[in-house]
Design a binder for this molecule. Structure first.
Ligand code: AMP
Length: 399
Protein backbone atom coordinates (compact mmCIF):
# COMPACT_ATOMS: atom_id res chain seq x y z
CA UNK A 1 0.00 0.00 0.00
CA UNK A 2 1.48 3.34 -1.01
CA UNK A 3 0.57 6.45 0.96
CA UNK A 4 0.80 10.12 0.05
CA UNK A 5 4.36 10.94 1.03
CA UNK A 6 5.25 14.00 3.06
CA UNK A 7 8.47 14.28 1.05
CA UNK A 8 6.47 15.00 -2.10
CA UNK A 9 4.77 18.04 -0.57
CA UNK A 10 5.99 21.50 -1.45
CA UNK A 11 6.17 22.58 2.16
CA UNK A 12 8.85 25.29 2.10
CA UNK A 13 7.83 28.26 4.20
CA UNK A 14 4.20 27.13 4.53
CA UNK A 15 1.88 26.42 7.46
CA UNK A 16 1.44 22.72 8.27
CA UNK A 17 -1.17 21.14 10.50
CA UNK A 18 0.16 17.87 11.97
CA UNK A 19 -2.24 15.52 13.77
CA UNK A 20 -0.11 13.67 16.31
CA UNK A 21 -0.90 11.11 18.98
CA UNK A 22 0.46 12.56 22.21
CA UNK A 23 -1.90 10.45 24.33
CA UNK A 24 0.83 9.39 26.74
CA UNK A 25 0.51 7.70 30.14
CA UNK A 26 0.92 9.86 33.26
CA UNK A 27 1.88 8.73 36.76
CA UNK A 28 0.05 9.69 39.96
CA UNK A 29 2.13 12.89 40.22
CA UNK A 30 1.13 14.10 36.77
CA UNK A 31 4.51 13.24 35.19
CA UNK A 32 4.69 11.70 31.75
CA UNK A 33 5.73 8.11 32.48
CA UNK A 34 6.45 7.07 28.89
CA UNK A 35 7.07 9.67 26.19
CA UNK A 36 7.66 7.20 23.34
CA UNK A 37 4.69 8.55 21.39
CA UNK A 38 6.03 12.10 21.61
CA UNK A 39 9.53 11.06 20.60
CA UNK A 40 8.10 9.06 17.70
CA UNK A 41 6.53 12.21 16.24
CA UNK A 42 9.74 14.25 16.26
CA UNK A 43 10.96 13.10 12.85
CA UNK A 44 7.92 14.58 11.10
CA UNK A 45 7.90 17.77 13.16
CA UNK A 46 11.62 18.37 12.63
CA UNK A 47 11.29 17.66 8.92
CA UNK A 48 8.64 20.39 8.64
CA UNK A 49 10.67 22.81 10.72
CA UNK A 50 13.69 22.17 8.51
CA UNK A 51 11.49 23.12 5.55
CA UNK A 52 11.02 26.43 7.30
CA UNK A 53 7.36 25.71 8.03
CA UNK A 54 5.13 27.13 10.73
CA UNK A 55 3.92 24.03 12.56
CA UNK A 56 0.51 23.59 14.19
CA UNK A 57 0.24 20.42 16.27
CA UNK A 58 -2.98 18.78 17.42
CA UNK A 59 -3.59 15.78 19.65
CA UNK A 60 -6.01 14.31 22.13
CA UNK A 61 -5.12 13.01 25.59
CA UNK A 62 -7.42 10.88 27.67
CA UNK A 63 -11.16 11.06 27.30
CA UNK A 64 -12.41 14.53 28.21
CA UNK A 65 -16.13 15.01 27.67
CA UNK A 66 -16.12 17.49 24.79
CA UNK A 67 -15.33 20.55 26.90
CA UNK A 68 -12.35 22.13 28.66
CA UNK A 69 -11.17 20.06 31.62
CA UNK A 70 -7.92 21.12 33.32
CA UNK A 71 -7.20 17.46 34.13
CA UNK A 72 -6.63 16.78 30.44
CA UNK A 73 -4.70 19.88 29.42
CA UNK A 74 -1.80 19.33 27.03
CA UNK A 75 0.42 21.63 29.12
CA UNK A 76 2.74 18.77 30.20
CA UNK A 77 3.01 17.68 26.56
CA UNK A 78 3.96 21.21 25.48
CA UNK A 79 6.70 21.23 28.10
CA UNK A 80 8.11 17.87 27.01
CA UNK A 81 7.97 18.92 23.35
CA UNK A 82 9.82 22.05 24.29
CA UNK A 83 12.66 19.99 25.75
CA UNK A 84 12.74 17.46 22.93
CA UNK A 85 12.55 19.97 20.07
CA UNK A 86 14.84 22.40 21.87
CA UNK A 87 12.64 25.29 20.82
CA UNK A 88 9.65 27.10 22.23
CA UNK A 89 6.29 25.37 21.86
CA UNK A 90 3.36 27.70 22.44
CA UNK A 91 0.21 26.11 23.87
CA UNK A 92 -3.09 27.62 22.73
CA UNK A 93 -5.78 28.09 25.36
CA UNK A 94 -8.34 26.35 23.15
CA UNK A 95 -8.73 24.28 19.98
CA UNK A 96 -10.59 26.44 17.49
CA UNK A 97 -11.46 29.34 19.80
CA UNK A 98 -10.26 32.91 19.56
CA UNK A 99 -6.88 32.21 21.13
CA UNK A 100 -5.99 29.25 18.90
CA UNK A 101 -7.18 30.95 15.71
CA UNK A 102 -5.27 34.12 16.46
CA UNK A 103 -2.09 32.27 17.40
CA UNK A 104 -2.34 30.06 14.31
CA UNK A 105 -2.80 33.08 12.08
CA UNK A 106 0.19 34.91 13.51
CA UNK A 107 2.46 31.87 13.49
CA UNK A 108 5.73 32.47 11.60
CA UNK A 109 8.18 30.12 9.93
CA UNK A 110 10.06 27.95 12.43
CA UNK A 111 7.47 28.46 15.18
CA UNK A 112 5.48 25.67 16.82
CA UNK A 113 1.94 25.97 18.13
CA UNK A 114 0.22 23.17 20.04
CA UNK A 115 -3.57 23.35 20.14
CA UNK A 116 -5.28 22.39 23.40
CA UNK A 117 -6.64 18.84 23.73
CA UNK A 118 -8.62 18.31 20.54
CA UNK A 119 -11.26 16.35 22.46
CA UNK A 120 -12.19 19.51 24.34
CA UNK A 121 -14.26 19.99 21.17
CA UNK A 122 -17.32 17.71 21.18
CA UNK A 123 -17.21 17.62 17.37
CA UNK A 124 -13.88 15.77 17.30
CA UNK A 125 -15.15 12.28 18.07
CA UNK A 126 -18.34 12.95 16.05
CA UNK A 127 -16.24 13.70 12.95
CA UNK A 128 -18.08 17.00 12.76
CA UNK A 129 -17.58 18.69 9.39
CA UNK A 130 -17.72 22.22 10.80
CA UNK A 131 -14.87 21.42 13.18
CA UNK A 132 -12.81 19.75 10.43
CA UNK A 133 -13.28 22.85 8.28
CA UNK A 134 -12.14 25.22 11.04
CA UNK A 135 -9.06 23.11 11.71
CA UNK A 136 -8.26 22.82 8.01
CA UNK A 137 -8.54 26.60 7.56
CA UNK A 138 -5.60 27.08 9.94
CA UNK A 139 -2.98 25.65 7.58
CA UNK A 140 -1.90 25.11 3.96
CA UNK A 141 -1.05 21.43 4.45
CA UNK A 142 -2.34 18.51 6.50
CA UNK A 143 -0.15 15.69 7.77
CA UNK A 144 -1.43 12.70 9.71
CA UNK A 145 1.20 11.21 12.00
CA UNK A 146 -1.22 9.88 14.62
CA UNK A 147 -1.14 6.15 13.99
CA UNK A 148 -2.61 5.36 17.42
CA UNK A 149 -5.86 7.11 16.53
CA UNK A 150 -6.05 6.40 12.79
CA UNK A 151 -8.61 3.65 13.37
CA UNK A 152 -11.02 6.40 14.42
CA UNK A 153 -13.01 8.48 11.94
CA UNK A 154 -12.58 11.68 13.92
CA UNK A 155 -12.65 15.31 12.73
CA UNK A 156 -8.89 15.90 12.96
CA UNK A 157 -8.06 12.44 11.58
CA UNK A 158 -10.56 11.69 8.83
CA UNK A 159 -12.94 14.63 8.26
CA UNK A 160 -10.15 17.15 7.85
CA UNK A 161 -8.59 15.27 4.90
CA UNK A 162 -11.59 16.27 2.73
CA UNK A 163 -10.42 19.89 2.79
CA UNK A 164 -7.01 19.16 1.24
CA UNK A 165 -6.23 17.77 -2.21
CA UNK A 166 -3.49 15.19 -2.78
CA UNK A 167 -0.85 17.88 -3.22
CA UNK A 168 -1.64 19.25 0.22
CA UNK A 169 -1.90 16.22 2.51
CA UNK A 170 0.22 13.23 3.40
CA UNK A 171 1.13 10.60 5.96
CA UNK A 172 3.87 11.55 8.41
CA UNK A 173 6.95 9.38 8.90
CA UNK A 174 5.57 7.52 11.92
CA UNK A 175 2.27 6.65 10.26
CA UNK A 176 4.16 5.57 7.15
CA UNK A 177 6.49 3.34 9.18
CA UNK A 178 3.68 1.66 11.12
CA UNK A 179 1.66 0.91 7.99
CA UNK A 180 4.73 -0.39 6.14
CA UNK A 181 5.83 -2.57 9.04
CA UNK A 182 2.48 -4.25 9.54
CA UNK A 183 1.98 -4.56 5.79
CA UNK A 184 5.28 -6.41 5.40
CA UNK A 185 4.59 -8.52 8.47
CA UNK A 186 1.27 -9.73 7.15
CA UNK A 187 2.21 -10.09 3.47
CA UNK A 188 5.87 -11.10 3.39
CA UNK A 189 7.05 -12.31 6.79
CA UNK A 190 10.35 -14.18 7.17
CA UNK A 191 9.38 -17.72 8.10
CA UNK A 192 8.85 -19.41 10.44
CA UNK A 193 6.40 -16.72 11.58
CA UNK A 194 5.11 -17.21 15.12
CA UNK A 195 2.33 -15.15 16.67
CA UNK A 196 1.94 -14.93 20.42
CA UNK A 197 -1.58 -13.82 21.25
CA UNK A 198 -2.76 -13.12 24.78
CA UNK A 199 -4.89 -10.65 26.66
CA UNK A 200 -8.20 -10.92 28.37
CA UNK A 201 -10.77 -12.15 25.90
CA UNK A 202 -11.18 -14.07 22.67
CA UNK A 203 -13.90 -11.61 21.62
CA UNK A 204 -11.48 -8.67 21.41
CA UNK A 205 -9.08 -10.57 19.17
CA UNK A 206 -11.34 -12.99 17.31
CA UNK A 207 -11.06 -11.23 13.94
CA UNK A 208 -7.31 -10.81 14.33
CA UNK A 209 -6.92 -14.52 15.14
CA UNK A 210 -8.94 -15.48 12.08
CA UNK A 211 -7.01 -13.12 9.81
CA UNK A 212 -3.60 -14.15 11.18
CA UNK A 213 -4.13 -17.90 11.11
CA UNK A 214 -3.49 -18.48 7.36
CA UNK A 215 -0.42 -16.23 7.56
CA UNK A 216 1.50 -17.74 10.48
CA UNK A 217 3.32 -21.02 11.05
CA UNK A 218 2.65 -21.19 14.78
CA UNK A 219 0.25 -19.54 17.16
CA UNK A 220 0.89 -19.48 20.91
CA UNK A 221 -2.07 -18.55 23.08
CA UNK A 222 -1.85 -17.07 26.58
CA UNK A 223 -3.77 -14.80 28.94
CA UNK A 224 -7.41 -15.06 29.86
CA UNK A 225 -8.42 -15.96 26.32
CA UNK A 226 -6.72 -19.37 26.63
CA UNK A 227 -9.46 -20.65 28.92
CA UNK A 228 -12.20 -20.43 26.31
CA UNK A 229 -10.07 -22.74 24.12
CA UNK A 230 -9.28 -25.05 27.04
CA UNK A 231 -12.94 -25.24 28.03
CA UNK A 232 -13.88 -26.14 24.47
CA UNK A 233 -11.42 -29.03 24.73
CA UNK A 234 -13.29 -30.24 27.80
CA UNK A 235 -10.90 -29.05 30.53
CA UNK A 236 -12.27 -28.01 33.88
CA UNK A 237 -11.10 -24.39 34.07
CA UNK A 238 -12.52 -23.54 37.52
CA UNK A 239 -13.43 -19.87 37.88
CA UNK A 240 -11.05 -18.68 35.13
CA UNK A 241 -12.17 -16.05 32.63
CA UNK A 242 -14.28 -17.66 29.93
CA UNK A 243 -16.60 -16.62 27.12
CA UNK A 244 -19.14 -19.39 26.82
CA UNK A 245 -20.76 -17.80 23.78
CA UNK A 246 -17.46 -18.11 21.90
CA UNK A 247 -16.76 -21.78 22.58
CA UNK A 248 -17.83 -22.74 19.07
CA UNK A 249 -15.64 -20.01 17.54
CA UNK A 250 -12.70 -21.25 19.61
CA UNK A 251 -13.32 -24.76 18.30
CA UNK A 252 -13.54 -23.51 14.73
CA UNK A 253 -10.23 -21.65 15.04
CA UNK A 254 -8.47 -24.79 16.29
CA UNK A 255 -10.05 -26.84 13.50
CA UNK A 256 -8.92 -24.26 10.93
CA UNK A 257 -5.39 -24.29 12.37
CA UNK A 258 -5.27 -28.06 11.95
CA UNK A 259 -6.47 -27.77 8.34
CA UNK A 260 -3.88 -25.12 7.54
CA UNK A 261 -1.08 -27.01 9.26
CA UNK A 262 -0.57 -24.18 11.75
CA UNK A 263 0.82 -25.40 15.09
CA UNK A 264 -1.61 -24.12 17.69
CA UNK A 265 -0.31 -24.04 21.28
CA UNK A 266 -2.30 -23.66 24.49
CA UNK A 267 -0.93 -23.34 28.04
CA UNK A 268 -0.16 -26.69 29.71
CA UNK A 269 -0.04 -25.24 33.21
CA UNK A 270 -1.17 -22.07 34.95
CA UNK A 271 -0.69 -20.01 38.07
CA UNK A 272 -4.05 -20.51 39.76
CA UNK A 273 -5.32 -18.12 42.42
CA UNK A 274 -8.19 -18.48 44.87
CA UNK A 275 -9.25 -14.90 44.14
CA UNK A 276 -8.53 -12.04 41.72
CA UNK A 277 -6.14 -10.25 44.05
CA UNK A 278 -2.43 -9.59 44.39
CA UNK A 279 -2.40 -11.31 47.81
CA UNK A 280 -4.45 -14.34 46.75
CA UNK A 281 -3.33 -17.85 47.66
CA UNK A 282 -1.65 -19.26 44.55
CA UNK A 283 -0.69 -22.69 43.20
CA UNK A 284 1.05 -23.89 40.08
CA UNK A 285 -1.21 -26.50 38.52
CA UNK A 286 -1.45 -28.25 35.17
CA UNK A 287 -4.19 -27.01 32.86
CA UNK A 288 -6.05 -30.23 33.64
CA UNK A 289 -6.01 -29.71 37.39
CA UNK A 290 -7.34 -26.22 38.07
CA UNK A 291 -9.21 -26.59 41.37
CA UNK A 292 -12.86 -25.73 41.25
CA UNK A 293 -13.43 -22.07 42.21
CA UNK A 294 -9.81 -21.12 41.39
CA UNK A 295 -8.79 -19.01 38.43
CA UNK A 296 -5.77 -19.15 36.13
CA UNK A 297 -4.16 -15.72 36.17
CA UNK A 298 -0.86 -16.45 34.42
CA UNK A 299 0.82 -19.13 32.36
CA UNK A 300 2.91 -21.56 34.42
CA UNK A 301 6.61 -22.53 34.21
CA UNK A 302 6.03 -25.58 32.00
CA UNK A 303 4.19 -23.39 29.48
CA UNK A 304 7.05 -20.89 29.53
CA UNK A 305 9.47 -23.73 28.70
CA UNK A 306 7.16 -25.08 26.01
CA UNK A 307 6.67 -21.67 24.41
CA UNK A 308 10.43 -21.04 24.45
CA UNK A 309 10.93 -24.30 22.57
CA UNK A 310 8.22 -23.35 20.09
CA UNK A 311 9.78 -19.90 19.57
CA UNK A 312 13.27 -21.29 19.03
CA UNK A 313 13.20 -21.44 15.24
CA UNK A 314 11.11 -18.29 14.67
CA UNK A 315 12.40 -15.72 12.18
CA UNK A 316 9.48 -13.40 12.82
CA UNK A 317 7.61 -13.02 16.10
CA UNK A 318 4.48 -10.96 16.52
CA UNK A 319 3.31 -10.46 20.08
CA UNK A 320 -0.08 -9.03 20.96
CA UNK A 321 -1.55 -9.39 24.46
CA UNK A 322 -0.04 -10.29 27.85
CA UNK A 323 0.26 -13.89 29.10
CA UNK A 324 -1.34 -13.09 32.44
CA UNK A 325 -2.63 -10.33 34.69
CA UNK A 326 0.72 -8.54 34.40
CA UNK A 327 -0.52 -5.48 36.29
CA UNK A 328 -0.19 -7.59 39.47
CA UNK A 329 3.41 -8.54 40.10
CA UNK A 330 2.68 -12.12 41.08
CA UNK A 331 0.96 -12.80 37.77
CA UNK A 332 3.48 -10.95 35.61
CA UNK A 333 6.15 -13.63 35.57
CA UNK A 334 4.91 -15.52 32.52
CA UNK A 335 4.74 -12.33 30.44
CA UNK A 336 8.12 -11.20 31.70
CA UNK A 337 9.82 -14.55 30.90
CA UNK A 338 8.33 -14.57 27.41
CA UNK A 339 9.31 -10.90 26.92
CA UNK A 340 12.92 -11.69 27.83
CA UNK A 341 13.01 -14.61 25.46
CA UNK A 342 11.47 -12.65 22.59
CA UNK A 343 13.90 -9.76 23.23
CA UNK A 344 16.89 -12.14 23.17
CA UNK A 345 15.89 -13.87 19.97
CA UNK A 346 17.47 -13.03 16.62
CA UNK A 347 14.04 -12.96 14.97
CA UNK A 348 12.32 -9.81 13.77
CA UNK A 349 10.21 -9.01 16.82
CA UNK A 350 7.08 -6.92 16.57
CA UNK A 351 5.09 -5.85 19.59
CA UNK A 352 1.49 -4.71 19.09
CA UNK A 353 0.83 -1.53 21.06
CA UNK A 354 -1.32 -1.10 24.16
CA UNK A 355 -0.81 -3.48 27.07
CA UNK A 356 1.97 -5.49 25.46
CA UNK A 357 3.98 -2.36 24.67
CA UNK A 358 3.36 -1.18 28.23
CA UNK A 359 4.59 -4.42 29.74
CA UNK A 360 7.70 -4.57 27.54
CA UNK A 361 8.49 -1.01 28.50
CA UNK A 362 7.95 -1.70 32.22
CA UNK A 363 10.47 -4.53 32.07
CA UNK A 364 12.89 -2.22 30.26
CA UNK A 365 13.12 -4.31 27.10
CA UNK A 366 11.68 -1.76 24.70
CA UNK A 367 15.02 -1.11 23.02
CA UNK A 368 15.55 -4.82 22.42
CA UNK A 369 12.53 -5.30 20.16
CA UNK A 370 12.67 -4.67 16.42
CA UNK A 371 9.47 -2.66 16.40
CA UNK A 372 6.96 -1.58 19.01
CA UNK A 373 3.78 -0.14 17.62
CA UNK A 374 2.50 3.14 19.07
CA UNK A 375 -1.12 2.05 18.63
CA UNK A 376 -2.88 -0.84 20.38
CA UNK A 377 -6.33 -0.60 18.82
CA UNK A 378 -5.00 0.60 15.48
CA UNK A 379 -2.44 -2.21 15.17
CA UNK A 380 -5.10 -4.76 16.09
CA UNK A 381 -7.33 -3.47 13.28
CA UNK A 382 -4.42 -3.81 10.85
CA UNK A 383 -3.99 -7.40 12.01
CA UNK A 384 -7.69 -7.90 11.35
CA UNK A 385 -7.01 -6.88 7.74
CA UNK A 386 -8.89 -3.58 7.95
CA UNK A 387 -7.99 -0.33 6.27
CA UNK A 388 -7.97 2.41 8.88
CA UNK A 389 -10.34 5.36 8.23
CA UNK A 390 -7.55 7.88 8.90
CA UNK A 391 -5.28 6.12 6.41
CA UNK A 392 -7.80 5.53 3.63
CA UNK A 393 -7.83 9.14 2.31
CA UNK A 394 -4.01 9.05 2.13
CA UNK A 395 -3.70 5.93 -0.01
CA UNK A 396 -2.45 6.41 -3.56
CA UNK A 397 -1.94 2.79 -4.44
CA UNK A 398 -3.40 -0.37 -2.92
CA UNK A 399 -1.41 -3.61 -3.02
P1 AMP B 1 -6.40 -7.10 26.12
O1 AMP B 1 -6.81 -5.68 26.33
O2 AMP B 1 -7.46 -7.98 25.58
O3 AMP B 1 -5.07 -7.23 25.39
O4 AMP B 1 -6.14 -7.69 27.56
C1 AMP B 1 -5.19 -7.20 28.45
C2 AMP B 1 -5.66 -7.56 29.81
O5 AMP B 1 -5.78 -8.96 29.93
C3 AMP B 1 -4.70 -7.15 30.90
O6 AMP B 1 -5.29 -6.11 31.63
C4 AMP B 1 -4.54 -8.41 31.74
O7 AMP B 1 -4.67 -8.16 33.12
C5 AMP B 1 -5.70 -9.28 31.27
N1 AMP B 1 -5.43 -10.70 31.47
C6 AMP B 1 -4.38 -11.41 31.03
N2 AMP B 1 -4.45 -12.69 31.44
C7 AMP B 1 -5.58 -12.81 32.18
C8 AMP B 1 -6.18 -13.90 32.88
N3 AMP B 1 -5.62 -15.11 32.91
N4 AMP B 1 -7.34 -13.66 33.52
C9 AMP B 1 -7.90 -12.42 33.48
N5 AMP B 1 -7.38 -11.36 32.84
C10 AMP B 1 -6.22 -11.55 32.19
Amino acid sequence: MELLNIKNLNLAGKKVFIRCDFNVPMDEFGNISDDRRIRSALATINYCLDQNCAVILASHAGRPKGEFDAKYTLAPIAKRLNQLLKREVVLAKDVVGEDALQKAQNLSAGEVLLLENIRFEAGETKNDEALSKKLAAMADFYVNDAFGVSHRAHASVEGITKFFDNEHKAAGFLLQKEIEFFGKLIDKPMRPFTAIVGGSKVSGKLEALVHLLPRVDKMLIGGGMAFTFLKYLGYDIGASLVEDDLLEDAGRIMEEAKKLGVKFYLPVDVIAADQFKEDAVIKIVTAQEIPSGWMGLDIGPATVRLYREALNDAQTILWNGPMGVYEMERFARGSSKIANYVADSYATTVVGGGDTADLVQRIGLDNEMTFISTGGGASLELLEGKILPGVLPLIIKED
